[in-house]
Write a protein that binds this ligand. Structure first.
Ligand SMILES: Cc1cc2nc3c(=O)[nH]c(=O)nc-3n(C[C@H](O)[C@H](O)[C@H](O)COP(=O)(O)OP(=O)(O)OC[C@H]3O[C@@H](n4cnc5c(N)ncnc54)[C@H](O)[C@@H]3O)c2cc1C
Length: 479
């Protein structure tokens, strides 16, 4: 890492907030004014609203991520995890991908570590659950679902088939409703390529503890979203939760029991738990407590925004809700990052800080190809859209919001190709263990059999039945 005499602005996290804030700071900064260092365990930013479409194969997974080193050419990008912050010494501890952890001094600090899946101690969840926070999970889910169709198509065991063709999604917010919408659409569409699996053989179950889905688009459109999913054969169970899912046997509080190999967990997020080691003031649910200027309470050199921060919602407070906080979504993260970037520059130059204030512009959600819901807020008016028009709004909004022209063009190209070519339905499950086949070919041959074994093998050759253990050895060698 660089050891210049310039002040260092350390950005912890290269997601939405980290990437946009670092870009803003670099844009506004004078030449040589500071060193911007971004630390993230991944070398790329993930555009999470596109994860469901990546899972459905409508967008190439590589186009959903933005390489940090490429879009931040003047910044120092370190691939690793910030594990602790020492505020007295203004030093962060970084655990790199490999090797010893080291200390990194900073002058200004941006906390942008986002959120992690919010889970509960449900028996079986850790072993069976599939999250939907990163591109790896999105690719994994796609491969897994298509693999279930491959399995069901090739077995004669009805129990295995049923379990493979049952897909359970827990959580019906943005992430859950969009993911089940996209995956159901993709899986039923893929059925046409299978001899022994039809669209109607699949069972999709959506569960939410609340009494509605898609709260982000309001009650009417949420109800429409539910009715729409049900019209496609999705079973939606509200005001209930999952009690257990040991070995894929899902038990819901409402008494329903199903067996499934696919349990997708999208039941909300919580602030990154690593924050508890940073010694920063935290709110009741673990968010970093910030002022409207995005400065962390009680500090003038640390800022925080996005899913890991509780930022006062000035618009909501002006309207009379004293306890209004900005919700954790991309709309706020993006705008907060820009104000945060400006405030870091102002802080460095001794200028006053700007307060963050943003009125909700609405929400868009895609529920599969040509299906969606959208609520656009224009002043006091709320425009509600559904179906194909809402889906175009969803694609248009997110396509343009995708960072960098390079990525925007790739996404629109994927969609355009998708209009002419059929959806890709190949399962590349083996990608998760790419070395397995080579290992089988290259692993050292087993030691030469001892005298006693030789006798057994000789007996086998002569048509005699060897002992069970010896058969296994011979088979392994043959394969
Ligand atoms: C499936 C899905 C769909 C969504 N759809 C929508 C939508 O349609 N509309 C909408 O407005 N919002 C949507 N969201 C929410 C939106 O993506 C988030 O609100 C937004 O990403 C928050 O940005 P952030 O920078 O706070 O966090 P993130 O973008 O998650 O970035 C956090 C970064 O911190 C890094 N990090 C974590 N720990 C450390 C550490 N110890 N040290 C260094 N770095 C660390 C992570 O690797 C990550 O890169 C969706 C989210 C999901 C999961």
């Amino acid at each position: 890492m660089s050891t210049t005499e310039r002040p260092r602005i350390l950005v912890v996290g290269g997601g939405y907030v980290g990437l946009y804030a670092a870009r803003r700071i670099q844009k506004k900064m004078r030449y040589g004014e500071a060193t911007v260092t971004v630390v993230d365990p991944r070398s790329y930013m993930t555009y999470q609203p596109f994860l469901p479409e990546a899972a459905a194969g409508s967008i190439s997974p590589r186009h959903v991520v933005v390489p940090l080193r490429r879009v931040l050419p003047k910044a120092e990008v370190l691939t690793g995890r910030v594990t602790t912050i020492d505020q007295d010494r203004k030093v962060a501890t970084v655990a790199p991908l490999v090797g010893e952890a080291y200390e990194l001094p900073f002058d200004y600090l941006v906390i942008a570590m986002g959120a992690v899946s919010r889970t509960f101690p449900i028996p079986g969840l850790a072993e069976q659950g599939i999250g939907m926070k990163g591109i790896e999970e999105s690719i994994g889910l796609r491969n897994h679902v298509l693999e279930q169709l491959d399995k069901a198509d090739s077995t004669t065991d009805e129990e295995i088939r049923r379990k493979a063709l049952t897909f359970v999604f827990i959580g019906g917010g943005f992430a859950g409703a969009e993911t089940i919408g996209e995956v159901e659409d993709m899986a039923r569409d893929a059925a046409k390529y299978y001899t022994n699996v039809s669209r109607d053989d699949m069972r999709f179950v959506l569960v939410d503890a609340a009494d509605k889905i898609l709260p982000e688009v309001g009650p009417k459109l949420g109800q429409y979203g539910k009715d729409h999913l049900e019209s496609r054969g999705v079973e939606v169970y509200l005001s209930t939760s999952m009690d257990s899912c040991v070995d894929g046997h899902v038990v819901l509080k409402n008494g329903l029991e199903v067996d499934s190999h696919t349990i997708v967990w999208t039941a909300g997020v919580k602030p990154n738990p690593a924050l508890s080691r940073f010694g920063l003031p935290l709110g009741p649910r673990g968010h970093v407590d910030t002022q409207a200027t995005l400065q962390v309470q009680g500090t003038d050199y640390i800022w925080a925004a996005g899913d890991n921060a509780q930022v006062p919602d000035l618009v909501g407070r002006k309207a009379g809700n004293e306890n209004a906080w900005c919700p954790p979504n991309a709309q706020h993260a993006l705008r907060q990052a820009k104000v945060l970037g400006d405030n870091v520059i102002s802080g460095m130059r001794g200028f006053p800080q700007k307060e963050y204030s943003h009125a909700n512009k609405g929400a868009v959600a895609g529920l599969g190809l040509h299906k969606g819901v959208a609520m656009i807020v224009m002043g006091k008016m709320k425009i509600k859209l559904k179906g194909r028009l809402a889906w175009y709004m969803h694609r248009g909004y997110h396509g343009l919001a995708m960072p960098t022209w390079n990525r925007k063009i790739r996404i629109f190209a994927d969609w355009t190709l998708g209009m002419f070519l059929k959806r890709e339905v190949v399962s590349l499950g083996a990608m998760e263990t790419p070395r397995e086949e080579f290992y089988e070919a290259a692993k050292p041959a087993p030691a030469a059999p001892k005298a006693a074994d030789k006798g057994a093998l000789g007996a086998e050759k002569a048509g005699e039945k060897p002992a069970a253990g010896k058969t296994e050895k011979t088979e392994a060698k043959a394969s």
